[in-house]
Design a protein around this ligand. Structure first.
Ligand code: SF4
Ligand code: SF4
Length: 90
C-alpha cells in the first residue's frame, strides 16, 4: 500500500520530482498517486518527504508487471505479471 497523509502534506512537490514513474500528482495542493499498479515500491517518495506524509509498504505495485508491460512491452498494459497469485504475491 501507499498512503498519503493529507493533513501532513504541505504540497511541496518533492515526491512528484523524485518518483521515477511520475505517478504522483497534486490535487487541491495535496499529493495523490494516479495508479498504485505503476508503483515500483522504491520508497523514494517516502524517503524524500520531509513531512512524514507518505508510507509505502510491500504490495503497492508489481515491478515484474511493469517490466513486462512498460519496459519489454511483451504484455498489454494492465495485464499484470501473470504469476497466478491474483495480486496476493507480495
Ligand atoms: S513530499 Fe510530502 S509534503 Fe511534499 S507534496 Fe509529497 S507528500 Fe506532500
Ligand atoms: S514508491 Fe517509488 S514508484 Fe512508488 S510512488 Fe513512491 S517514488 Fe513513485
Amino acid at each position: 500500500m501507499i498512503n498519503f497523509n493529507a493533513e501532513k502534506c504541505t504540497g511541496c512537490s518533492v515526491c512528484l520530482k523524485v518518483c521515477p514513474r511520475h505517478i504522483i500528482f497534486l490535487v487541491n495542493g495535496k499529493a495523490q498517486i494516479k495508479d498504485n499498479r505503476d508503483c515500483l515500491e522504491c520508497g523514494a517518495c517516502m524517503l524524500n518527504c520531509g513531512f512524514d506524509a507518505i508510507k509505502v509498504t510491500k504490495g503497492t505495485g508489481c515491478l515484474y508487471a511493469i517490466i513486462k508491460e512498460d519496459i519489454l512491452k511483451i504484455t498489454p498494459k494492465g495485464s499484470g505479471c501473470g504469476c497466478g497469485t491474483g495480486g496476493s504475491c507480495c
